[in-house]
Design a protein around this ligand. Structure first.
Ligand code: FAD
Ligand code: FES
Length: 269
């Protein structure tokens, strides 16, 4: 794919807008919110990232990634106009049909906003098919928030409730959001009602754990909570055995899971 556009989100996070070089592939390619792909900088390896753009917007796809190791450093050094590798889409999807008519609450932490963003824009592009839409998003510091311009867009919309927070100590003098960890702000400050609502949670495992506990105390049932996991992956195809939890392959059976399904997995999660 050709890197059409690069957006520097934070000091170590970039968004790439990608376009297939093969015109037939560009026409044929389709995916659904929740799916992931393998992205490569030639000579560096491959990395799993979610597809962060909405399937309703077909002219390009986007990924958003943090530079943490060999391949992400290789990708980070690429520029607009460069070529990079892509294979996918893989994995299961958010159950869009089951979400129709429901109030949706998106809860994300740090770099985990990209998988939610695909679904958020998918829902906002079909806005009249869903109930209330709320987004609770937090990061370690103001600098670590991704998609800052879109957060402003969502905040200014009358059909979206946006709650933003940074961890204690991560605020700046100009910060106008909350200060506190995502699960705490969710429970104590926002305190959503569970009626006809589905919570879609994405973040590091510890954040998912505390957020599910907070939702439970707020009266949400396991069948009202969905998450997406980021277990280690290599092939994305159910072949290498890197991503499994017991007999469940996150690359094939996930990455999207209902809380009820997670509760049935071995406790290594
Ligand atoms: C389904 C799924 C979706 C993902 N979506 C995104 C995304 O949208 N954006 C993004 O930035 N990252 C995402 N990740 C994590 C991403 O795959 C890794 O950060 C990346 O592959 C690291 O590649 P590397 O070669 O640069 O790092 P390596 O050199 O392989 O490792 C560098 C460091 O990163 C750690 N690491 C490697 N893989 C993972 C992983 N899967 N989870 C956590 N830590 C890891 C290693 O332990 C090491 O500390 C996702 C992972 C999965 C499984
Ligand atoms: S990533 Fe290889 S089996 Fe899942």
């Amino acid at each position: 794919m050709t890197i059409n556009k690069v957006i520097q989100e934070t000091r170590d996070i970039k968004t790439f807008q990608l376009v297939f070089q093969d015109e037939a592939m560009r026409e044929k390619f389709s995916f659904k919110a929740g799916q992931f792909a393998e992205y490569s900088a030639f000579g560096s390896g491959e990395s799993t990232f979610c597809i962060a753009s909405s399937p309703t917007r077909k002219d390009h796809i986007e990924c958003c990634f943090r530079k943490v190791g060999k391949n992400t450093a290789g990708l980070f050094s690429l520029s607009e106009g460069d070529t990079m590798g892509f294979r996918g889409p893989y994995g299961n999807v958010f159950p869009l049909e089951k979400l129709k008519g429901k109030n949706l609450m998106f809860i994300g932490g740090g770099i985990a906003l990209p998988p939610l963003r695909s679904l958020i824009w998918n829902v906002l592009d079909l806005r009249d098919q869903f109930g209330d839409v709320s987004i609770v998003y937090g990061a370690r510091s103001v600098e670590d928030l991704v998609y800052k311009r879109e957060i402003e867009d969502w905040e200014s919309r009358s059909d979206v409730t946006l709650v933003k927070t940074v961890d204690p100590g991560g605020e700046t003098p100009q910060w106008d959001g909350h200060v506190g960890f995502v699960p705490t702000v969710l429970e104590k400050e926002f305190a959503p009602r569970p009626d006809n609502t589905i919570a879609i949670v994405c973040g590091p495992p510890i954040m998912i754990k505390f957020t599910f506990e907070a939702l439970d105390r707020l009266g949400f049932k396991p069948e009202q909570m969905i998450t997406t996991l980021e277990n280690r992956m290599k092939c994305g195809l159910g072949k290498c055995g890197r991503c499994n939890i017991g007999s469940t392959y996150v690359c094939l059976d996930g990455p999207v899971f209902w809380a009820k399904e997670l509760a049935e997995l071995p406790q290594e999660f």
